[in-house]
Design a protein around this ligand. Sequence first.
Ligand code: FRU
Length: 505
Amino acid sequence: QDYNEQYRPQYHFTPAKNWMNDPNGLIFHDGIYHLFYQYNPGGTTWGAMSWGHATSSDLAHWEHQPVALQARGFPDEITEMFFSGTAVADVNNTSGFGIGDKAPLVAMYTSYYPQAQTLPSGKSVEANQQSQSIAYSLDDGFTWTTYDEGNPVLLNPPPEYADQIREFRDPGVFWHAASNKWISVISLAQLHKLLIYTSGDLKEWELVSEFGPENAVGGVWECPSLFPLPVDGNGGSKWVAQVGLNPGGPPGTPGSGTQYFVGDFDGTTFTPDPESLKQTNWLDWGPDFYAALSFSGLPDTERVDIAWMNNWKYGGVIPTDPWRSAMSIPRKLSLKTIDNTVTLVQSPVLDAEAGFTQHWDSVPAGTTKLNLTGKALDTTLTFTKSESTQFGIIVQAMADFREQTRIGYDFTTEQLFVNRTLSGVADFDGSFSGVYSAPLASRNGTVTIRVLTDWSSVEVFGGQGEVSITAQIFPSADAVESYLFSMDGPTSIIDLEAKEVHSVW
Ligand code: FRU
């Protein structure tokens, strides 16, 4: 496959063909990054959910692998789908799945059962029930065996939530060394609750606490995860809970989005900082960043997230073929104290060719053409307030501006924004067109933004990465020009660094 079709991402992960949603089971093991993902082996819309699989040694170049967990009964009569979940290396063989000194990898995922049935384990499920199951791999993640004699290991939610058996999903599992236990965070989607379970062997689970509802609850809560992160790189650490919300995403976006909470975790209970509950903390302020998940198997100082770069509102009708959906760029996460608040900061992980830099003492009002064409670019722009109201970059523009994507900063509202109202094809869904904004303080009038463009997306990082805005775009093939824009007056001290990003396929 040449990965050259219209809109085909050149350096973001896409399956060669068919539908993809959430990243699953992200794990770094034996020098290899494994990306599993919600995948329909049978078509370009959601269905027959299975775990697709790809591997990488650098988080940039991916090799497609055979489907890791294929919907049971596919394609004729599906009896079990493999919904979202996570994977861990069971290095001490607590599960007993290991053989000799070969330690297993264990995946914990949601089994979705379309029909009522009695399973090989003797457990019975209702139609459309969601339960939690496990599978293991004895070849370092390449092939998987479901634990049929015991699955599902968590059949039902606790009795007081018995009516939620169809809304109980997406286990986020990790090893908690301090308490010598496995922890699994599972969503009661409709109730906006995370249930926290512990286990010694990944098979028997005990409910120990709940978290939520808190902050944004405009839709269901899905794909929760919990992990520690160093604060200001100085040895202290905090815990971060990230949760998908669908719908009810960031202001001005349709459909799904991702929020996070900063707090503490003692092995049983997640306690958010009061600061973190003052307002919703959006991991990304754009419409296309969902079901974010970080890799297990890396040191806590190297936490890396990947999210589904799409939105449930229109995900099934975006104009791509023969694949549908891309993953976000992998993002390194850290916590930094910014304006007295512990804030999640993201930094994209990618290699780009050495670029060119350009400096202007001042850029006049209007547009200034850049000597920068192309659709796969990594551009960093720093500028300082003078008389303009807005300043930024126009990417993937036609020479007559009929198509353009504006990314900039509004000095009057102190907001970073992405405007995709003229970005190309948008008529597949009435809610696709829009302008998305994130609050971003300048540093004495100086602002830095980093813009990653690919053939059908922009990902924008503001400041030190304390805000990001991710949006898909579907521009024409000849929309390749770039410009600076300055509104209502000039802007000062502009530094541009631009790099071309080569195809990773
Ligand atoms: C989130 C989600 C998950 C579920 C999966 C099914 O995008 O709805 O809650 O496990 O997708 O594909």
